[in-house]
Write a protein that binds this ligand. Structure first.
Ligand code: SAH
Length: 238
């Protein structure tokens, strides 16, 4: 059976406590990830401790930003194997969570995770952010949009900010050095109705890895012409 001892220790160092139910869910999640990954490629990180550190602990770090209190609508853009969305949902079952990814086999995996972990108020959706962001049922409907390892900040802002309601936040999870990306993303963020609120640096326990959370507040509505189609957000970032 998989164990999550590294996760439990690391979370403690971040002042995050896991209860029995949460620990069981992380164990089951890891088992499903390892099992599915033998057949289809979901993640390159599968070794026990590495999953704990690089997927689980890294995914719950945004809890330190204090933006996940209470019953919030959250969308994880380009969630892949469920990161950070599933760990955040395990830690706070009040979150009303959408996991979005453009690769269908990952959605099938996530459907099974949701079922086996008996998670409620969460759904995995197969689609592209730049298309769903134009859909009235999703546009400007979320308190928090979050994303890890999907695109550079300029492109990602066009994917994410259309989903966020005014007053809500977009959290971009990045590596240690963000100055250049912040510079290049500034214009896009402004055009799309966002404002950089803070950049928080957090060291992952027991490693020398520092990750950054770029926290962007939505201060006005996104102009209706965004997000652009035809792959433009990626090919010609704002
Ligand atoms: N967030 C996960 C996965 C990162 S890999 C993690 O940190 O582990 C990037 C993921 O984004 C892939 O699964 C890919 O299918 C998805 N993706 C890339 N562009 C996308 C888009 N425009 N809309 C939705 N998903 C996208």
């Amino acid at each position: 059976m998989a164990n999550v001892n590294t996760l439990i220790d690391g979370a403690k160092k971040l002042d995050i406590d896991l209860d029995e139910g949460q620990i069981e869910k992380f164990i089951l999640y890891k088992e499903l990830l390892q099992e599915w990954n033998q057949k289809i490629n979901i993640t390159s990180i599968t070794e026990d401790k590495e999953v704990d550190i690089k997927h689980f602990i890294d995914s719950i770090i945004p809890l330190k930003a204090e933006l996940f209190k209470g019953k919030l609508k959250v969308i994880d853009i380009g969630t892949g194997g469920g990161f950070p969305g599933i760990p955040l949902k395990i830690m706070n079952e009040n979150l009303d969570m959408v996991l979005l990814d453009s690769t269908n086999k990952k959605i099938r995996f996530l459907d099974e995770v949701i079922e086996k972990l008996k998670l409620k108020n969460i759904k995995a959706i197969h689609g592209r952010a730049e298309e769903l962001g134009r859909d009235v049922d999703y546009r400007e409907k979320y308190d928090v949009a979050i994303s890890r390892a999907v695109a550079s900040l300029d492109t990602l802002s066009e994917y994410a900010l259309p989903f966020v309601n005014v007053g809500g936040h977009f959290i971009s999870m990045k590596g240690p050095d963000v100055d250049e990306e912040l510079n290049e993303g500034k214009k896009a963020i402004e055009i799309l109705g966002g404002k950089i609120k803070s950049v928080e640096k957090i060291q992952i326990p027991d490693t020398d890895i520092t990750h950054s959370l770029i926290i962007i507040e939505k201060i006005k509505k996104t102009p209706t012409k965004y997000p652009r189609g035809g792959g433009k957000p990626r090919k010609q970032p704002l």
